[in-house]
Design a protein around this ligand. Sequence first.
Ligand SMILES: [Mg+2]
Ligand SMILES: [Zn+2]
Length: 288
Amino acid sequence: MPNPKALVVFDFDWSLVDEDSDCIVLEKLSKPLRMKMDKLQHSMEWIDMMAVLLKELHSAGITRSQIESALSSVPMHPSMVSCLHMAKHHNADIIIVSDANTIWIDHILTHYGVHHLVDKIITNHAEWDAGNCIAIDSNTHSQQNCNTIHSTTGEKMCNRNLCKGHELRQLLNLREYDNVVYVGDGVNDYCPSLQLRDTDVVCVRKGRTLEKLIIDNYSNVRAEIKFWNDADDVLEIFSNVFTRTRLKSEEKERNASTRMWYLAKGMVAENIPRILSLNRAAKPLEHL
Ligand SMILES: [Mg+2]
Ligand SMILES: [Zn+2]
């Protein structure tokens, strides 16, 4: 019997990779535009700002190959690569939900040889145009479906173009997952954290904005909360989660065959659950 179906959702920047890919590209290729980013980010939606800055980067004569080589320098921790392999080994669907763009994510996943492990990438669509300038299509209105309200401003928490909570709800509607593991660090990972169920796990990066939001709103989160510093911690969390899931699956399978055995012996069906719970009490799983 295959393992129960799990869904693993990764944020990209500062989660699956150990940097902000937008910042790295500008940092490496144009210090003035990197400084402009610091000014603009308080007055514009992030993706609109990036569309402007990437056009300016092109006007400044920065080439496609320079951008691609900057992308190749975005670090992905070897243990994060192992996390992807482990999740796939356990039959999980792996999905990235990010406010970066398709060019960035496709390039970096390919660079680290892990693109084939990812089932779906939900992000802003980007293309190289005929002149090798990047055109980003951020014309989505995912925020309309956001139901997470900022406690002080009273406004929706998510950006116009991406509500990760909405995207997660869509994924959970498409398929019945036994459990979800969500890995994130930023403000826009808070909304999806609230969508998780008590069978799910949210892996929250220490020292980043999501940590504070989760701590301040602890009672609103139904999922199990795990804090992490680096990818080694995430690998350990994944290992525990998938071991626990496998043991539960094996227990379910054992119970099904025991039930068949008792029925074959003529036991009344209503009495079987009590026998199974006595068996379970003898082999507790709580130490996991
Ligand atoms: Mg992030
Ligand atoms: Zn939202």
